[in-house]
Design a protein around this ligand. Structure first.
Ligand SMILES: *[C@@H]1O[C@H](CO)[C@@H](O)[C@H](O)[C@H]1NC(C)=O
Ligand SMILES: *[C@@H]1O[C@H](CO)[C@@H](O)[C@H](O)[C@H]1NC(C)=O
Ligand SMILES: *[C@@H]1O[C@H](CO)[C@@H](O)[C@H](O)[C@H]1NC(C)=O
Length: 353
């Protein structure tokens, strides 16, 4: 190699390092930026919308209205290490999606993200006309001038849950019923996890079936893995990537155990007013994430994992706690206040579209 080339390489490396130190980072050509590695920084220009002006906000996520006294948690922005995220632009989102449908399929965390997205859009175009409809498990909000449909399909397991003679049966190797609603949608954002650990009166199934074997119960993480493989197989054989784009929301973490973040006395997220600053959560990763990543690795068609676990783990301050649906009787450290963390999930989603 000539001296000139070596010198150029040196200068180039120096510039990259210098830029990183200066905080004015641009994506190095040819290297993809990882949106999911970063940290939270204080930013007074956040939140991205005033939730009291959002006509779609569900009471459950409207922490300020439910009496949450602190506001610091509203003013943080996610900053990836290696690049900047484009700020969410609702008008641009509608233009890009003109005539298209977006569907969030999953549990109430999908609803949380759906609710964030429609508030983000509405705040950019508050006068845009819309219609709403509810058909079975599918709620649709249509921004009529743009023909953009933002839908949610409540489906907590992705695989089929059917009523049979013996009771409600969760069929781990079938998505035949569930998937009927997913075809023909332009952008689908899947999610499942939180209901796999339900027991007692809120567990919606009586039996689990795989092939011709019926079980009264089984290891929940194993069941989750089998179901995800069934869904992955559907993705590989029935999903049409020439017509649709697929995302997976990732595993949204809960904060019920302060030992994880170095506060052993904290038994819940109540009273947490600040995120963990810096890039690392002291506690471990939810085991479901490994299972999910294995299943996604088997998918041969394009799909984007919104790998939101780490960035959300840092937000022990982002949950409703007693300012959610059930008020002081409940303790919600699973869902997220809006405005809040799901706005960042949507900002990253927007950066991928
Ligand atoms: C998330 O955190 C874990 C543990 O700190 C780390 O190994 C992993 O690389 C992180 N993933 C991302 C996408 O930042
Ligand atoms: C949000 O809107 C409400 C009602 O329009 C208003 O009272 C409040 O001051 C606004 N909050 C902020 C932070 O702008
Ligand atoms: C909280 O987390 C710590 C560390 O991971 C663990 O040892 C402990 O058993 C957990 N406590 C509960 C109540 O789950």
């Amino acid at each position: 190699m000539s001296m000139l080339v070596l010198t150029l390489i040196f200068i180039y490396n120096f510039l990259v390092v210098f830029q990183q130190q200066a905080g004015a980072v641009t994506v190095v050509k040819g290297s993809k930026c990882d949106y999911f590695q970063g940290s939270w920084v204080a930013d007074k220009t956040y939140p991205l919308y005033n939730v009291s002006s959002c006509p779609f906000i569900e009471r459950e996520f409207n922490c300020q209205n439910n009496g949450r006294p602190d506001q610091l948690y509203l003013h943080y922005r996610w900053q990836p290490h290696a690049c900047n995220l484009q700020r969410f632009d609702g008008r641009d989102f509608l233009e890009k999606m003109r005539g298209k449908s977006i569907m969030f399929v999953g549990d109430s965390l999908s609803r949380n993200q759906w609710n964030s997205l429609v508030c983000l859009i509405h705040s950019a175009v508050p006068s845009a006309k819309y219609t709403t409809s509810l058909l079975g498990d599918v709620a649709t909000l249509t921004f009529t001038e743009y023909g953009v449909k933002v839908m949610r399909d409540r489906n907590v397991f992705l695989v089929d849950l059917v009523r049979e003679k013996i009771g409600n049966v969760l069929i781990l190797d079938s998505v035949e019923q569930s998937s009927k609603l997913w075809n023909g949608i332009d952008v689908v954002v899947f999610n499942t996890w939180h209901w796999w650990n339900r027991r007692g009166p809120t567990q919606p199934w009586d039996y689990i079936r795989v092939g011709n074997k019926v079980y009264k119960d089984m290891d929940r993480l194993v069941a989750f893995g089998i179901a995800l493989n069934t869904w992955a197989n559907w993705m590989n054989t029935k999903f049409d990537p020439s017509k649709s784009k697929a995302f997976f929301q990732g595993i949204s973490p809960s904060h019920y155990n302060g030992t994880e973040w170095g506060e052993p006395k904290a038994k819940t997220c109540k009273g947490q007013t600040q995120p963990i600053l810096g890039p690392t959560y002291p506690g471990g990763m939810p085991p479901a994430l490994g299972v999910l990543k294995k299943a996604i690795a088997k998918i041969t068609r394009p799909i984007t994992l919104l790998d939101i676990t780490n960035l959300s783990l840092l937000r022990k301050d982002g949950h409703p706690s007693i300012y959610g649906l059930t008020g002081a009787q409940g303790m919600d450290c699973s869902h997220w206040c809006l405005a809040g963390v799901p706005d960042t999930w949507n900002q990253i989603f927007y950066n991928y579209l």
